[in-house]
Design a protein around this ligand. Sequence first.
Ligand code: ADP
Length: 368
Amino acid sequence: MKILVLNTGSSSVKYRLFDDDVVAAKGLVEKIGEDGGDAPDHEGALRRIMDSVDVDGLGAIGHRVVHGGADFADATVIDDAVVATIERLVPLAPLHNPPALAGIRVARKLLPDVPQVAVFDTAFHQSIPAEGVHWAIDTELAERWQIRRYGFHGTSHAYVSRQTAALLGRPVEQTNVITLHLGNGASACAVRAGRSVATSMGMSPQGGLVMGTRSGDIDPTVVFHLHRVAGMPIEDIERSLTRGAGLLGLSGVNDMRTLLQRRDDGDERAALAFDVYCRRVREYVGAYLAVLGRTDAITFTGGVGENSAPVREAVLAGLAPLGIDLDEQRNADRAKVISRDDSPITACVVPTDEELEIATQTRAALGG
Ligand code: ADP
């Protein structure tokens, strides 16, 4: 089946056309609405894509949608009610859901006869048990304002955990994996028998691990203190914690490659940022080993996870007493398996492919 995957952001649309699992076309329309951009608006962007790819015989369109709230536990065929629900979830993802909605509306208008499917970043984590979902805050407030853990990067964690089971030659239903998606955004996930049972991001993609420009977990008092004592308006605090924190906040650079370069050149702030980043991932590995009990594999993915041997080493070195026996040479060589043959827990590197997973889930949602 031919499937077009659309990832519609506020100023760009990434697309990939699959013919079964083969990529037939891909591209990016960017700087939407900007001077000299590729398109004046999302409708223009999608028209451009439909003109440039061969949509003849298209079987479906799969849309990436960031936030599915507590409403979607699976990829879902889009109808008016689904659009209305995604719309209702906008307050939970004010930056991400509106462009996805624009993409869905325009695609339905331009190709009304092609089935469309929404694939949510949150859906995979709907299997997390209640004790991993709720924070210990006032229940009435939490319920009224939909405050809970949703988790993100679900498409990536789903894909990578399945690929890991395949790499181990085990059925998914009998495989427990900790997946570490380390890119610009970063999150950890504990997957038991193919289902997410814990993840590090929370109500938004801001929680958990240290990221390029996001703080990850912090004591909530940081926010009160910056407001009450430092006198910062709430918008400025939000901007600082989401766009001026993480590796950037600690070191002045958000790109891991540049950071590693600076660390090698003796930059102390870069060295500290690296240590804080890796320490946090390591803490989550320890936590998720305890959540899973028996763990078969730990898998690194994302730009940093797939490419940075120093990060993988700092995260897993010295954990042989916990069953993870890293092989430094394999790690440096970026082998698929980076632990020793007799390591009880297999450490792996598996490239993620969110677009392929969206296509797979789109097909599955349509019964194919
Ligand atoms: P996104 O989350 O936007 O999809 P990626 O998954 O591509 O981003 O991850 C981007 C990050 O991966 C950047 O911090 C980049 O520096 C890092 N990265 C890419 N290649 C390497 C490398 N060889 N060594 C270390 N970090 C790398």
